[in-house]
Design a protein around this ligand. Sequence first.
Ligand SMILES: Nc1ncnc2c1ncn2[C@@H]1O[C@H](COP(=O)(O)OP(=O)(O)OP(=O)(O)O)[C@@H](O)[C@H]1O
Ligand SMILES: [Mg+2]
Length: 303
Amino acid sequence: MTATIISILNMKGGVGKTTVTTNISVELFNRNKRVLVIDVDPQFNSTQTLMKFFEKKLDTYFDLRDEDKTLARVFKSTNQSRGIGNSKTVATKASEASIIHTLSSNSLGGVLDIIPGDMGLIVDITDAASDKFRSFIKKNHLKDNYDYILIDCPPTWGQLTSVALSTSDYYLIPTNLDEFSTIGITLLAELLSDKVNSVDKPLKNLGVVYMFLKQNTAEDGIARDQKRFRNDIEAYFTDTMEKLVDSKVRPFDTVFYSDNYLITKSALYFDETIEKHRPDYKQKVCDLVDEIQNRLSEGSSKK
Ligand SMILES: Nc1ncnc2c1ncn2[C@@H]1O[C@H](COP(=O)(O)OP(=O)(O)OP(=O)(O)O)[C@@H](O)[C@H]1O
Ligand SMILES: [Mg+2]
């Protein structure tokens, strides 16, 4: 088994990174895959979403955090104990591998694990972070243990995103279709271009997924005023971005619509109340995962 590592990223906030990460992780697990979610965002929304869904509460998270079993652990220079005002270096009892927390597993080999995010990621991160993260993945044989490793990135371009991309095979971009999102993608493409050229292994675009669009009944499912942005952005993909990032940049056919009911709810479409309200959203996740798996198998047959 060699895991495919996929970062879900966009510098823009609230575009659906966590929604995509958590939903596809659950769907891949439902397909009996071995899946690890790494929550690189200090807001740790993926951790909250998945823990609430599988464990019905967040208490476990705070226990794990108190025991130093979050991603922040990987980036600490030494095994420092957590605690305000405590600058002494004290060895923690837990092994580094114990930050991997199992959310669910099934008898057909499927597993869904998470490395919880942590607010401490804002301070613990240093220049050596990418090396530490890569060595953590290697030492713990994560590539051998999973089919998919999904990394939910923060809404900024900084060390944490850089860390995520430095280990990733692919990145997937969720975006809205509006003025700021279009500008955001062009800025993101410039930064990705530098990154792609600085990493020593292929880093490819897996696709762009249009999120939270206006519900529409037109044949192509895109509202008229959003079509303009889609046309602009797709022209940019083919004319400019593909050269910048040395990779095809293709939108997925599956798009997600905005639903007011969901704005204040969990982003997980497998949640019972959401499923009751919008059963079609779970189907969309299945469609997206079909597309992702197809693209990945195309990619591997080319190698
Ligand atoms: N179909 C939907 N319609 C409307 N809102 C939705 C839908 N699905 C999810 N949401 C909500 O949209 C908000 C933003 O989504 P999400 O958290 O996935 O974005 P994000 O890019 O991860 O944000 P951040 O940049 O803060 O990490 C969340 O509050 C989520 O619950
Ligand atoms: Mg998020």
